[in-house]
Design a protein around this ligand. Sequence first.
Ligand SMILES: [Zn+2]
Length: 266
Amino acid sequence: MIIDSHIHLSLYNNNAKSLQDVFGLFLEEMRKNGINSAIIIPDNIEGSDSIADLDKAIELIGKRKNLFLLGSPQIIQRGSSELEKYRKLLEEGKIKGLKFFPGHDPYYPTDERCLPYYELCQELDVPVLFHTGENSGDSECAKWNDPKYIVEVAKKYSKLKIIITHYYWPKMDYCYEITKNISNIYFETAAMADAEVIEKSGGIEKVKEILRKTIADRPDKVIFGTDWPMCKIEEHIELVKSLGLDSEVGEKVFSGNSLEIYKLTI
Ligand SMILES: [Zn+2]
């Protein structure tokens, strides 16, 4: 079974004319790549015609039992004021965790406006996911999501499950070293098979080495995700298959860990 735990519904990198079209394309991609289930991450931009926000994503997925959502609080626009909204969504199971976008937005993971959300997620035992690393064509933005801040959050909220996505590319070694003794940090693989990410991060062997070490350290804490449609699902499946993992560990990375960490029932 494969769960893709990092999907966006957006018009980037495809020929779709509408978000409804994108959703159709995504279902087709799932079939083609043998993806059984997915977590869709609504963007923190709201009301756009080119990327689905939470309301649009809820509408698109309808009653499908194999598709799940995260919430994306608007830290810059609304600070901590959406806490009760997200508590309700989490308690009702409509979303499975919260994603933060430091680097897309100018705030640090340690920003005090974020802290009530971390407390909430710790209390409800649901994960938070941090976007990390550079954005394509913008290396400056990585200053906002340096894993040293994420380590601070992990130490302050020691029972909070904190997932790092994109491995703070291109500085994957640094991210590995600074997080390696922090047990409540998890990783998710989105964008790690992308050509630009691989090239800038030191090549495919470097990316594989980092993933092998991380999975050896944390076999229960690495989750498969792709960042489709920005990145290709099949390249991410290939990357994980190329690591030569034991079948039991491979199964955990492809689906078991996500089921466990996000508490999904399919
Ligand atoms: Zn993403």
